[in-house]
Design a protein around this ligand. Structure first.
Ligand SMILES: [Zn+2]
Length: 133
């Protein structure tokens, strides 16, 4: 992946350090774009409960988030979501900048769904569009 492609997708996703795109895969048969995101080794994170900075990563969990389509292709973000060890709250799953806590959709995807519903689509119609999770 060249730097310009990486920068283009990073800007589109609003990524900032320590998060970077490590790979972009496109599988023509599935028409799916997979964007692999990772954080720099040794990066500290905030405790999601008290926002204490500098918490060390305890372990990570592989996760995926459905994103808005890029170029009309289903787009899925993949990342190792860190769990940090807070001295007050113990081991907690961090939040990622592109999604709400516990959601399988990115914030942009959720915003788009809300916009469709506010403009008259039913939940059933939204679900039956081509970009279901
Ligand atoms: Zn804490």
């Amino acid at each position: 992946m060249d730097i310009q492609t990486q920068q283009l997708f990073s800007m589109a996703l609003g990524l900032a350090l320590p998060w970077t795109i490590t790979e972009i895969k496109f599988f023509g048969t599935d028409q799916q774009l997979d964007i692999l995101i990772d954080f720099n080794l040794g990066s500290p994170f905030l405790c999601p409960d008290c926002n204490k900075p500098g918490c060390k990563v305890h372990d990570t969990e592989e996760r995926t988030w459905r994103h808005l389509d890029f170029f009309q292709h289903k787009t899925v973000l993949h990342a190792r979501q860190p769990r940090v060890k807070c001295s007050k709250h113990g081991v907690k799953t961090t939040t990622v900048p592109w999604a709400r806590r516990g959601s399988g959709f990115t914030q942009l995807m959720e915003s788009y769904i809300v916009l469709l519903v506010q403009n008259g689509m039913t939940a059933h119609q939204v679900w039956n569009t081509n970009w279901r999770a």
